[in-house]
Design a protein around this ligand. Structure first.
Ligand code: GDD
Ligand code: MN
Length: 407
């Protein structure tokens, strides 16, 4: 029996995490090929970890060599309870305690992935909602089908979401699954339960540095950014929580929506599309303001200019909240407002001479010229906004890391 260095007292956690992260230091403890590293994120799960390790001991090592890595953000005595329970385990158990819970559950799993030395990694919750007995089956399914990712699914024959408490949770989970599948039809092909937190993945397909986890949905993050080529599924029954309470909340729900937007707008083409949709929605406040100002008796020319600012303000807010949320940190908000407004208004000023050029010099029809000018200024406005307002300044190392931080 070997137990990895653990910090039950909480005094030098960082050093421990470091030690595990360096393969050279782990020496003889590197697992055999075909073995599995089980990564378990924990946040105040003192009432569950003992039973979890007992059930893992019952069901896993005789069928599959394993090591267990807890990545812990607890404020209770979970690490100490793990340390005590690990004494009875026939496999290595490690705890990485993080001082700062960056990225929440997903960030914890990525931290664990960095340290994993086995061919296979299984990610599961600590509260026994994910049956430990299924761990060997997930890996076996991957080996037999040659899949890179095996998802334990509640939504295929033989699976169920029995432990999902209440109609509200079920409706939220259903809605989230539907929305996510609709947004990523190709990347999630073959995954009926992208919300699952129980899965096996080959270590070789995980590109930990490409990951920017945000909250709960780490499977979604891995499936979208690491693009495993073959995916398999194994049904499972989502159990009731063994002890303690769920940590998910409305705040976690908002984080999930932000995560979806970040994943969906990772490519410039997708970002431009969202930028365009937001721009289109800006016509509504623009026209409403124009209507109000006209009614108030203002001359239509100054009213046009003022009403345009309503559209600009609307666009700015949506772009800040949805599109470039993680890229706001490197410029003061007043600086961003100024630059954004300048680019948006320059767009108007530029359009008229462009149309004149297209019609007068190039002999285009008025309608074609207007459409061409609209498209051209739109692309310029997108590129300008991205480059001049939201581009991280690469020369200031460190500040870009704000991208990864959870607000
Ligand atoms: N390290 C760390 N940091 N662990 C966390 C954090 C965190 O900020 N938040 C939650 N956890 C751990 C919990 O301790 C638990 O082991 C696991 O992550 C899941 O948390 P729960 O609070 O039990 O989540 P849930 O039951 O609401 O959600 C589960 O079901 C979802 C599907 O409906 C999880 O399995 C999700 O991953 C899954 O998507
Ligand atoms: Mn749970």
């Amino acid at each position: 029996m070997s137990i990895w260095p653990m910090d039950a007292t909480g005094s030098d956690e960082d050093e421990d995490a470091h030690e595990l992260g360096d393969p050279a230091l782990r020496g003889a403890e590197v697992s055999e090929p075909g073995a599995v590293t089980i990564i378990i994120p924990t946040f105040n799960e003192a009432g569950n970890v003992g039973e979890l390790l007992r059930r893992l001991t019952e069901s896993v090592p005789s069928r599959l060599p394993c090591e267990v890595v807890f990545v812990d953000d607890s404020t209770d005595d979970t690490p100490a309870v793990i340390a005590a329970a690990a004494q009875d385990c026939p496999f290595p158990v490690a705890v990485i305690h993080r001082d700062e819970p960056l990225g929440g559950l997903g960030g914890a799993v990525v931290e664990g992935l960095r340290t994993a030395g086995s061919d296979w990694v299984v990610v599961m919750d600590a509260d026994l909602q994910h049956p430990p007995a299924l761990v060997p089956e997930l890996v076996a399914a991957g080996e037999s089908t040659n899949a890179d990712l095996v998802v334990a699914s509640r939504y295929i024959a033989g699976g169920s979401r029995a432990g999902l408490a209440g109609g509200y949770r079920i409706a939220v989970s259903r809605g989230a699954t539907w929305l996510t599948k609709a947004l990523f039809p190709r990347r999630l092909r073959g995954i009926s339960d992208p919300m699952s937190g129980f899965f096996a993945i080959r270590r070789s397909v995980v590109t930990a540095d490409a990951l920017k986890p945000l909250g709960y949905k780490i499977l979604l993050e891995l499936a979208v950014r690491c693009r495993p080529s073959e995916v398999a599924e194994v049904p499972f029954v989502f159990q009731d929580r063994f002890a303690g309470e769920s940590k998910s909340s409305a705040k976690e729900g908002m984080r999930f929506l932000r995560h979806l937007v970040e994943l969906r707008t990772a490519s410039p083409v997708a970002r431009m599309l969202v930028f365009g949709l937001i721009g289109l929605s800006g016509f509504v406040p623009n026209l409403l303001a124009l209507h109000a100002l006209n009614n108030a008796g203002m001359h239509y020319l100054p009213a046009e200019i003022l009403a345009n600012q309503a559209g600009v303000a609307w666009n700015f807010l949506l772009i800040e909240l949805l599109l470039f949320r993680s890229r706001r940190g490197h410029r003061h908000w007043a600086d961003r407002v100024g630059r954004f407004a300048l680019i948006a208004n320059a767009d108007l000023v530029l359009r008229i001479p462009l149309i004149a050029l297209f019609v007068g010099e190039w002999g285009m029809g008025v309608l074609t010229a207007t459409v061409a000018a609209l498209l051209l200024t739109f692309v310029l406005r997108f590129a300008g906004t991205e480059a001049l307002v939201y581009l991280p300044r690469r020369n200031r190392s460190g500040r870009n890391n704000r991208d990864r931080k959870v607000a």
